[in-house]
Design a protein around this ligand. Structure first.
Ligand code: ADP
Length: 453
């Protein structure tokens, strides 16, 4: 860039100098000519009757006017005498200065003299009363000669200008480029500070916008990466949990089956083995069903229809009543009639069933469960064991159970609340939990307006 600025400055200087010298030579030449014309006209005033109209008279007059060439002619332009040439073309009437003098009394011209062979300035005047014309001529420098004379000066100016250009360009480019270089160094900073020069405002603004954009994109990529990693972790965890949950009943089934096939079990032991194999198989099958059910919710894009949640709740409560009786838990119901939800029967059933069964299962003997249903929400409050604050978020994760020893009992695999959470989020319903360890828990599902009727 520095070289370019240098070259550009030098070339523009060169052009300016050449233009200047050509123009000034021309102006100088013109002023020189008019000066010469004026002095020739003044010389002419010295011509009088004392000069004879022949070569002798011409030479005499020439001496009077500092040796300027004098040509004497008739009023028609025929030569009578010349101060410099003895043999001269006799008819000068075609010369421009002579023609002009014949028509207007005086004439000027600059041209190459055929007699002496170089450029001359001619001034010719008609002396009508004497019937003659006098022409005075002095040599004229051509424009080129004047230009040639100025060439050394022009050359010197050119060299000085080149040196000046180099110095100026280096100084100015360093000065101009300094803020740009500073900007280049700062271009990767998040926020480039406001520049000293207004001209750089736009660049800084663009760079800042670009940097912000990159930062935003990076943030999106970071978030996406974190999401992918989280999804991968959750998948790995899911697989590891399933494997673990399946492994326990399978080991048990395999062990008892081997014992049975060894034939060394007493009839009572055989009966125990049979019933264990049966119960473990049922547990395995229940687990598989729940996993299938859980995965189905995601891909379930079946249309919604009006579900009579009040009727569904009534039926469900009659089914779970024996479980509540067995657990010695009282169920209190506060449900409005004809609460209609825009959903699907199985989805509403999953939510109601999981929450009510958990409230019974994780209750205390003699405790109670309060079930409420209306247009706005469905809630289940229990007076059970409660959930510690650190577990209140985790219980909605797949396969999370507070007490692992409960796993498999009454279908408890830690999938129930994950299913409830998934259905709620798919239906745009808000699920909330309030719980105090040892005192009880309240799960509430708030129906979104778009989904209830
Ligand atoms: P599970 O099938 O094991 O009950 P859930 O997903 O339904 O699985 O529940 C996860 C865990 O949350 C349970 O193992 C239990 O520890 C806890 N939990 C759920 N409901 C309640 C409740 N009403 N009171 C206390 N703990 C509960």
């Amino acid at each position: 860039m520095k070289k370019r600025i240098l070259l550009f400055t030098f070339l523009s200087n060169l052009l300016a100098i050449i233009l200047f010298s050509v123009l000034s030579t021309n102006i100088y030449y013109r002023s020189l000519l008019s000066e010469e014309k004026r002095s020739l006209s003044a010389y002419m005033n010295f011509f009088d009757y004392s000069y004879t109209l022949d070569s002798e008279g011409a030479k005499n007059f020439s001496q009077k006017i500092n040796g300027a060439r004098v040509t004497l002619m008739t009023a028609e332009g025929m030569i009578l005498g010349d101060s410099e040439a003895e043999e001269i073309e006799t008819d000068h009437s075609a010369r421009p200065e002579v023609q002009e003098a014949m028509s207007s009394g005086e004439g000027y011209a600059v041209h190459k003299s055929e007699t002496v062979g170089y450029d001359m300035i001619y001034y010719c005047r008609l002396f009508a009363e004497r019937g003659c014309m006098v022409r005075i001529a002095v040599s004229a420098s051509s424009q080129w000669q004047i230009f040639e004379r100025t060439l050394p000066t022009v050359g010197l100016i050119l060299i000085l200008s080149l040196v000046g250009c180099v110095v100026f360009s280096f100084a100015s480019t360093s000065f101009i480029l300094k803020p740009v270089q500073k900007l280049a160094n700062e271009s990767n900073e998040k926020q480039i500070p406001k520049p000293k020069y207004r001209e750089l405002d736009r660049i800084v603004q663009t760079l800042n916008e670009r940097n912000e954009n990159i930062e935003r994109q990076m943030e999106i990529i970071r978030l996406e990466k974190a999401e992918t990693e989280k999804a991968q972790r959750s998948k790995d965890e899911f697989i590891s949990n399933i494997t673990h949950e399946m492994n326990t009943p399978l080991t048990s089934i395999k062990g008892y089956a081997e014992l049975l096939s060894s034939g060394c079990l007493s009839p009572e032991q055989q009966a125990t083995a049979h019933s264990t194999i049966l119960s473990q198989s049922e547990k395995l099958s229940a687990l598989i069903k729940r996993i299938i059910n859980y995965n189905e919710i995601d891909s379930d894009d079946l249309p919604s229809y009006d579900v009579d949640a009040s009727e569904l709740l009534r039926d469900l409560l009659s089914t779970v009543q024996p479980e509540a009786d067995a657990a010695e838990v009282e169920i209190i119901v506060d449900a409005e009639e004809e609460v209609i939800l825009s959903s699907r029967h199985e989805r509403v059933y999953q939510i109601f069933s999981n929450l009510i069964r958990n409230a019974i299962r994780y209750n205390k003997k003699g405790g109670s469960v309060k079930v409420s249903l209306n247009e706005k929400f469905f809630s289940v409050s229990d007076t059970g064991i409660g959930i510690a604050p650190e577990n209140q978020e985790k219980i909605f994760s797949r396969f999370f159970t507070v007490d692992k020893s409960h796993n498999g009992k009454n279908g408890g695999f830690g999938l129930g609340l994950a299913v409830v959470k998934k259905i709620c989020s798919k239906s745009d319903w808000k699920l909330s939990l309030e719980s105090e360890l040892g005192k009880g828990s309240t799960f509430t599902v708030y129906f979104s307006e778009a989904h209830n009727k």
